[in-house]
Design a protein around this ligand. Structure first.
Ligand SMILES: NC(=O)C1=CN([C@@H]2O[C@H](COP(=O)(O)OP(=O)(O)OC[C@H]3O[C@@H](n4cnc5c(N)ncnc54)[C@H](OP(=O)(O)O)[C@@H]3O)[C@@H](O)[C@H]2O)C=CC1
Ligand SMILES: CC(C)CCC[C@@H](C)[C@H]1CC=C2C3=C(CC[C@@]21C)[C@@]1(C)CC[C@H](O)C(C)(C)[C@@H]1CC3
Length: 418
């Protein structure tokens, strides 16, 4: 099977063996976290309190609930959008069009959930069925990735992703073969990246907050902070939805198990870990410390949003007055690279902001357990690896100009450290 560029792209994630290991390790880690979060000792590195049997994992109702959720989000995706954005230019010089109505979907979901709860929908019972829901989401991700793999068999070569077409079934299934799998104008990767998982994550957080209120009379300050910070993050992602069109996942990666599982199962069930932990392990938190944690989150958000917006504005229109005065390096492709402003400080200022926010999400859970810091640890590893992948792609794209950028901006993520 030829790679779409004729030559084979270098294998990532440790090749087929690494891909196979990750396909097993990621779901196992997710279930481990779900189990230990509710156990007394809540030890990240200890064994799970028990191994659940199939009867505890499998529930047709949980599967039906997951499918209904996906159906609802797909229906909201298909509603008229305030704007239709064009993606980056593809190999065949065409550009795909994407509806910008993610924030509208979040608002409508909030309205529907609000109506449902006031009509007696037992949202606070959701934490009881997280295990079967996660199992159903994993099953859906596996079957969906299989269908995506089969769909790619009949896709034209120009529709294939640069990676994910090695000819090895396991590796290609994991990475994803087709770049932008679609049926008519419904774009599966774009839909999954921003809607069911991200909105599902804040819904699970809300259900955990409501259950805490039922158990203890009112939600704790720590639970409010975690819910507030993560809602801001998800709201921001959907408000600036168009910006996702310039991320590595949309431009470069195929749509396979990694993203399908990541979007549909990993994000909602592991990113809500801090709120899960707080439900079973309440943490005292006073206002002075809470204010300090809010400040850390605000600093992280300021850097994350500032850096992402600066790059997106520049990529959309380099003469925009907000970025026109920034210093740049010309590249042979005709595109320029920013070397001042946020992108002159480190080569991935947006990752730095994201990591600072990740710290702020864990701090409300106290410092006596490692478990709530799992997200910070995993995210650091993910971003260091992602940064390395991006560097290699940029070096290939921009050659000497990228080397000059690295010389001018020597640090990758943390100034004077890394
Ligand atoms: N919460 C989560 O789980 C995750 C969050 N994220 C977040 O998603 C966001 C997007 O991340 P990601 O897609 O990895 O990467 P970036 O948004 O940082 O995009 C990297 C691309 O930006 C362009 N670029 C790099 N340097 C410059 C420069 N100096 N001037 C202009 N353009 C430049 C290059 O593409 P080109 O030149 O082709 O435009 C490069 O390939 C980040 O904020 C990240 O933190 C990411 C992964 C997971
Ligand atoms: C666990 C696996 C090894 C990898 C799975 C990775 C995915 C969970 C992430 C890959 C890139 C992501 C992004 C976001 C969420 C996580 C995944 C899907 C993002 C939507 C979060 C919100 C941000 O504002 C963003 C910039 C829009 C993010 C884009 C990348």
């Amino acid at each position: 099977m030829a790679s779409p560029q004729g030559s084979r792209a270098p294998l990532e994630f440790g090749g087929p063996l690494g891909a196979a290991a990750l396909m097993l390790l990621l779901p196992v880690t997710m279930f481990h976290l779900l189990l230990v979060a509710r156990s007394g000792p809540a030890r990240l590195l200890g064994p799970p309190p028990y191994l659940p049997g199939l009867e505890e994992l499998w529930s047709p109702w949980a599967l039906l609930l997951c499918l209904t959720w996906l159906g609802l989000q797909a229906a909201l995706y298909l509603l008229p959008a305030r704007k239709v954005a064009e993606g980056q230019e593809l190999k065949d010089k065409s550009r795909l069009r994407y509806p910008i109505n993610g924030f509208q979907a979040l608002m409508l979901t909030a309205l529907l959930v609000g109506l449902g709860v006031s009509a007696g929908l037992p949202l606070s019972a959701l934490p009881e069925i997280l295990l079967p829901l996660a199992f159903a989401a994993t099953l859906i991700a596996f079957i969906f990735s299989l269908l995506l793999y089969l769909k790619a068999l009949v896709a034209p070569a120009s529709a294939l992703a640069p990676g994910g077409n090695s000819g090895n079934l396991i590796y290609d299934f994991f990475l994803g073969r087709e770049l932008n799998p679609r049926i008519c104008s419904f774009d599966f990767k774009y839909f999954c990246e921003l809607r069911p998982g991200l909105i599902g994550w804040v819904l699970i957080n809300l259900a955990l907050l409501m259950q805490e209120a039922e158990l203890r009379g009112s939600p704790s300050l720590a639970m409010w902070l975690v819910n507030g910070f993560q809602l801001l993050y998800v709201g921001d992602a959907l408000w600036y939805e168009e910006a996702v069109l310039t991320t590595m996942d949309i431009i470069h990666d195929g749509f396979g198990f990694m993203l399908a599982f990541g979007d549909l199962a990993w994000v909602p069930f592991t990113y809500s870990l801090q709120a899960q932990f707080l439900l079973y392990h309440p943490q005292p938190l006073g206002w002075p410390l809470a204010s300090f944690i809010c400040l850390i989150n605000a600093v992280g958000y300021y850097i994350f949003r500032g850096a992402n917006s600066q790059k997106n504005t520049f990529r959309k229109n380099p003469s925009d007055p907000r970025v026109a005065d920034l210093e740049t390096i010309s590249t042979a492709t005709g595109r320029r690279l920013l070397v001042s402003g946020w992108w002159g400080m480190v080569r991935h200022p947006n990752y730095l902001g994201d990591l600072i926010m990740a710290l702020a999400w864990s701090l409300p859970c106290g410092v006596f357990h490692l478990l709530p810091y799992f997200y910070l640890l995993y995210f650091t590893a993910l971003l260091v690896h992602r940064e390395d992948r991006d560097e290699r792609q940029c070096l290939q794209k921009y050659g000497l100009a990228w080397r000059e950028y690295c010389r001018r901006v020597p640090y990758r993520i943390v100034p004077y450290v890394y």
